[in-house]
Design a protein around this ligand. Structure first.
Ligand code: ADP
Length: 621
């Protein structure tokens, strides 16, 4: 972040307040528990200060036995009650706030899940998400920091008020006449000078710390870059995928170069070390020195006034304790206002993401359940954002209910893009897509999305239990999950699992988890698509990682697996789709042929024939 990106104080407070309101809106109990705790912790020390001062004063002056007992009981019982309540409040806060970091992150997840897909797919959004993530992980900047900052601000403001209340009498209690030069301490000018020095040192010290910390904010990009390098190269040998290559080619030597030398932000010649040795280090020393100077002034002033007879010895402890708290809290106040300002540009980035509007037209027509659905592409053309090239050109295609259709074509011919338009992840640039004769933009977006199950090429199974993976729910219909797994051809493997559907996939959560092969994972992904009772099911080359024969086996059985759903399967391997009666050939964003395998193959000048001949040699067909 360069210096010019720092916001004005007013803007900084505004963006911090906005973040605080958002956090409060999302997690009110969490924020309330933290604030109540902070208020309590800010106020209670003054009770102790007041009680001990009263006790010492009594010992030093009247020594009235009954009053001493009374004061001791008040002091002890209030300290006991305070500790008890502090403990209870801390427990409440900790239980309400467990997983707080993840909860804050969930705000982003919620946004991303509800955002127009077109924006998620955009490289600028990716860059923004990645920067926010790195700012948060690397320097602790962003939304999460706001909670701590507000806690400290509230604590400082309250403590300041209490400190001022307990300190006022230091200036109103006068050294009696006849105490020589000590009576000068009563002079308002002298008092003003002391307050001025106190304020100056109290303000100066945190200002210096803020200045020092602002250097960290200024090098946040180097910090993030350093983190990225460390995250990638620091654990290279430990990651399964790369471990073998790293060992065989001894790539660790290159890694060391990136984490040390001039590339490593954290090495001894890096930015952080340089700044710590020089400007940041010296600023911290200066700040400590100034704070110590303040302590010296307070001690001298309070002790001399007491020595002169302005007040009893008990009040010395009260004044010293409350002034040093007062000055610490004034420092904190300035420090955290500074922290607000340093964090503001990072919060602005957060809101650039969170406030990103959804621009996709969202209709409100309901989609009737249990009827037949017919979808038609009418003169549909499409180009990706920031691109001038049409990826799909003038597509006209109709799916009738219960039909099975295969889409084939070379890589890059537009097959996946076609599916993205069908599922309304994107809207066409030109033309329209109709559901039962009505433009799909007119329907409720979520109801429309619910018509489809898609198994994408790079589908992901999570390390949950098998049943949870298939149903994508915690409570699910066991029979339906087993039925879906059976249809997807996973039943034999399932029968070998001791814990049935409760078996964990992979070993991340449970040591007893099972590792599934690529083919097995694919069957589970198909079962997941079948479990979701949708009208349409789409397989977008989820089998790309499998060998052609394994893919063909799955695709040839797909008709019986999907039953009466309208199904579309996509592959660049023609052999997998040849059993389908309706094959659509995509080339360069256009539909160039349509028919069954034999019809298409008969056209010797057609693309299908060309692709088939080229691929046949690999499959021995
Ligand atoms: P297929 O599924 O047939 O392999 P795709 O639909 O994935 O083809 O891609 C069609 C064309 O669109 C390709 O040239 C690809 O580079 C381009 N493309 C795909 N996704 C994007 C995207 N998010 N932004 C820009 N261009 C894209």
């Amino acid at each position: 972040m360069d210096k010019s990106k720092l916001l004005s104080l007013r803007e900084s407070i505004k963006v911090n307040n906005k973040a605080f309101k958002l956090l409060f809106h999302e997690y009110p109990q969490m924020i309330i528990s933290r604030i109540i705790y902070v208020i309590w912790v800010a106020l209670t020390p003054y009770v102790e200060i007041y009680c001990s001062a009263a006790l010492i004063n009594e010992i030093a002056t009247n020594r009235d036995k009954d009053r001493l007992i009374y004061l001791a009981i008040v002091a002890l019982s209030s300290i006991t009650i305070i500790s008890l309540v502090t403990y209870i409040l801390a427990r409440w806060r900790d239980s309400v706030c467990s997983g707080m970091y993840t909860k804050v992150q969930a705000i982003f997840t919620k946004k991303l899940l509800n955002m127009d897909f077109i924006k998620i797919d955009d490289s600028d959004t990716h860059q923004l998400i990645s920067t926010i993530h790195q700012n948060s992980n690397g320097g602790g900047w962003g939304l999460y920091q706001v909670i701590g900052t507000y806690e400290r601000l509230i604590e400082s403001i309250l403590s300041l008020f209490c400190g001022i209340t307990l300190t006022i009498t230091l200036f109103t209690n006068m050294v009696p006449e006849g105490k020589g030069w000590l009576t000068y301490l009563n002079s308002p000018i002298f008092i003003a000078i002391i307050i001025f020095i106190m304020l100056l040192t109290t303000i100066l010290s945190p200002m210096i710390i803020n200045k020092a910390d602002s250097y960290y904010a200024l090098i946040s990009e180097e910090h993030n870059a350093g983190n990225r390098l460390f995250g990638f190269f620091g654990y290279l040998g430990a990651r399964k995928k790369e471990a073998m290559d790293v060992r065989i080619y001894e790539q660790n030597k290159i890694c060391e170069k990136y984490n040390t030398d001039k590339y490593g932000a954290f090495c001894s010649k890096g930015y952080f070390a340089r700044y710590s040795r020089m400007v940041i280090g010296w600023l911290y020393i200066l700040s400590s020195a100034i704070s110590s100077l303040l302590q010296l002034f307070i001690y001298m002033f309070v002790c001399l006034k007491c020595y002169g007879g302005a007040f009893g010895i008990g009040l010395v402890t009260q004044y010293i304790a409350s002034i040093s708290r007062l000055s610490n809290n004034l420092s904190s106040l300035i420090l955290y206002v500074g922290a607000m300002r340093n964090n503001a540009p990072f919060l602005k980035l957060v809101f650039d993401l969170l406030d990103m509007p959804n621009e996709m037209e969202q209709g409100d027509l309901n989609i009737e359940k249990g009827i037949n659905y017919e979808i038609e592409f009418k003169n549909v053309s499409f180009k990706y954002p920031h691109s001038d090239n049409y990826v799909l050109k003038d597509i006209n295609l109709k799916f009738n209910p219960f039909e099975k259709m295969a889409i084939v074509g070379e890589n890059g011919s537009g097959k996946t893009t076609f599916i993205k338009l069908l599922c309304r992840l994107y809207d066409p640039t030109d033309g329209e897509i109709l559901l039962n004769g009505v433009n799909i933009k007119k329907y409720d977006y979520h109801q429309y999305m619910d018509l489809f199950s898609v198994v994408f090429q790079d589908f992901k199974l999570l390390s949950f239990q098998l049943g949870e993976n298939v149903s994508t729910a915690i409570n699910y219909d066991h029979d339906l999950v087993i039925d879906s797994l059976t249809k997807a051809g996973f039943k034999n493997r399932l029968d070998t699992f001791e814990n049935g559907l409760d078996t964990y996939l992979y070993k991340d959560i449970s040591e007893k988890g099972i590792n599934v092969s690529g083919g097995e994972a694919q069957k589970i992904a198909i079962a997941r698509a079948l479990y979701k009772k949708t009208a349409f099911i789409i397989l977008d080359e989820p089998t790309a990682a499998l060998d052609p024969l394994a893919e063909e086996e799955i695709y040839s059985k797909f008709k019986e697996i999907v039953g009466d759903k309208t199904a579309i399967y996509i592959s660049h391997r023609l052999s997998s789709c040849r059993f389908c009666q309706d094959i659509v050939v995509f080339h360069d964003g256009k539909i160039i042929q349509r028919g069954n395998h034999n019809e298409l193959l008969d056209d010797e000048n057609g693309k299908y024939h060309e692709l088939w001949t080229a691929q046949a040699q690999y499959y021995n067909n």
